[in-house]
Design a protein around this ligand. Structure first.
Ligand SMILES: Cc1cc2nc3c(=O)[nH]c(=O)nc-3n(C[C@H](O)[C@H](O)[C@H](O)COP(=O)(O)O)c2cc1C
Length: 197
């Protein structure tokens, strides 16, 4: 039997009541329903200093970045939900990606990202749904060698998008997220044809 698609999911916000986490939870559940194995991590559990070349020269890549690199290497696709801060990606997300892109253990820095399927989502308070952050993140991930899914999910006015039980107020959003998750798994499978869809 072929191995199953493995997706690593994380949010660019570590806030407990994060709207992006709520959105991500739906995509994680949908990806599982579509047969993927999903590892959902919280970046709060992988704290990193702001990237500093002198720190790297003195102490190497921090342990948490090494752990993240190992997780990235062990998965076929990435599912990222992130707020946009001032029209771009959050510092947390960019700093995490920067550390993870450093060469370590004799492995080129971009190997954990190269050829990897990536699905991007955003939830924001604004009517733009964090779309500007998604556009910037699209460019960053492409520069790192990842293959970004053409479709994305930008959830506007996200403070009004969820019920008290975190279900979507508008069931059409749920359908959209399901299709998005299916598309990400499909892209991951195309990039790794040896893996079962
Ligand atoms: C520093 C900062 C900058 C922000 N900039 C934007 C922005 O450019 N566009 C936007 O739609 N929302 C912006 N917001 C509001 C976020 O959409 C809102 O805080 C959102 O809830 C963050 O996502 P989270 O709930 O997943 O933590 C900003 C918030 C912060 C803290």
């Amino acid at each position: 039997m072929k191995p199953i698609i493995k997706i690593l999911a994380f949010s660019g916000s570590t806030r407990k009541a994060s709207l992006n986490l709520k959105l991500l939870n739906h995509a994680v559940a949908a990806a599982k329903e579509h047969g993927a194995h999903v590892t959902h991590i919280d970046l709060r559990e992988f704290p990193l200093p702001i990237y500093d070349g002198d720190l790297e020269a003195a102490s190497g890549v921090p342990r948490n970045a090494m752990s993240l690199r190992e997780l990235l290497l062990a998965h076929d696709g990435l599912l990222i939900a992130s707020p946009e801060y001032n029209g771009s990606v959050t510092a947390l997300l960019k700093n995490t990606l920067d550390w993870c892109s450093r060469p370590a253990d004799g492995i080129d820095g971009l190997v954990p990202f190269r050829g990897k399927a990536v699905g991007l989502m955003a939830a924001s308070l604004s009517p733009f749904g964090g779309l500007r952050g998604i556009i910037d993140l699209r460019g960053i991930m492409a520069k790192m060698g990842a293959v970004v899914l053409a479709e994305d999910v930008a959830l506007p006015s996200a403070q009004n998008a969820f019920d008290a039980d975190d279900s979507f107020v508008d069931p059409n959003i749920g359908k959209l997220v399901h299709q998005f998750a299916a598309n990400l798994i499909g892209l991951s499978a195309k990039l790794h044809p040896e893996i079962e869809k």
